[in-house]
Design a protein around this ligand. Sequence first.
Ligand code: NAD
Length: 369
Amino acid sequence: MMTNASLLILPGDGIGPEVMTEVRKVIDWYGPKRGLTFDVSEDLVGGAAYDTHGTPLHDDTMAKAQEVDAVLLGAVGGPKYDVLDFSVKPERGLLRLRKEMDLFANLRPAQCFDALADFSSLKKDVVAGLDIMIVRELTSGIYFGEPRGIIEEGNERVGINTQRYTESEIDRVARSAFDLARKRGNKVCSMEKANVMESGILWREVVQRVHDEDYPDVELSHMYADAGAMQLCRWPKQFDVIVTDNLFGDLLSDAAAMLTGSLGMLPSASLGAPMSNGRPKALYEPVHGSAPDIAGQGKANPIACILSFAMALRYSFDQGEEATRLEAAVETVLADGARTADLMGPDGGTPMSTAKMGDAIVAALDASL
Ligand code: NAD
């Protein structure tokens, strides 16, 4: 029995509420069937919050997010809000959460379920069974470094961005990666460009020091990020956890995600510093957006959001075995041929609805007991 597990659910816009309804079925299953009860609260974010409060994230919601053990978000945005001023656009709600919770480690798994291996653009044997995790530093680096801007120099303009990392910023994201590796395959590959960038030299030194001092049991290797990109396409299964900076992580995590097929399958987590109870500040969300083209039609694939909850079980609630149970349930329904519209191959067939996919996963959980 787990106690004091608080979870704030922010369904958001578009397909967000639809996929979250299916996650609620899973959460409700864990209470009676596994003795895992959560103190769940629900609130508004994005366009839904704007419609009610005139802001994409109310201060009370922000305060709640700071207090709970984990936040689970659906998606934000939609054409209705495109005309809004930048300061109140739905995405600002999500950015405020990430910023004020100081979520510096973005976890993007690239996991290929065997039943979907044909969806990859790579050969089946290269991706079948793939299970890697990219840890991207999320709050510093070239997207934030100063000086930045476009300046006049002589008779032309110059665009400037600055790659800047402090030792403590590298230290904390390296620790996140090593901690994660201990819960998985116990291997970390750190990627930078130490051959041409001073920030890369410092990155490599700090990661190595953190390893030698506190994580000597974890296998550590270093790779230049361009070589890493090639290796990800050549033989991705050589990796377990990859840790890298904000810019390289942005590119590498998207590339790795596409090794596995549909956007409807991809979960993510963003973690910050440990709170007083030892759990990290945490926001879990599917990688996909609000998919306005299919919203309200029962076509959305809820698996990305359900797998985001599995990540919460593993990384916030220390329930690794239950996370594995949930991932195995997803694997089972896929192996049985269950497919939402986004997972239909060229051979056609009849896709199942969002709700039916949720029900099938709950049934597979039942069968796992
Ligand atoms: P999107 O991810 O919403 O959709 C891209 C395509 O993938 C669409 O064809 C959509 O139908 C499909 N798709 C996405 N998720 C799916 C799912 N679970 N099941 C089945 N199909 C799925 O990206 P977009 O169309 O570029 O953006 C739509 C809106 O979402 C925009 O307002 C954008 O700003 C916002 N957005 C939000 C987030 C977020 O909340 N984290 C992320 C990306 C985009």
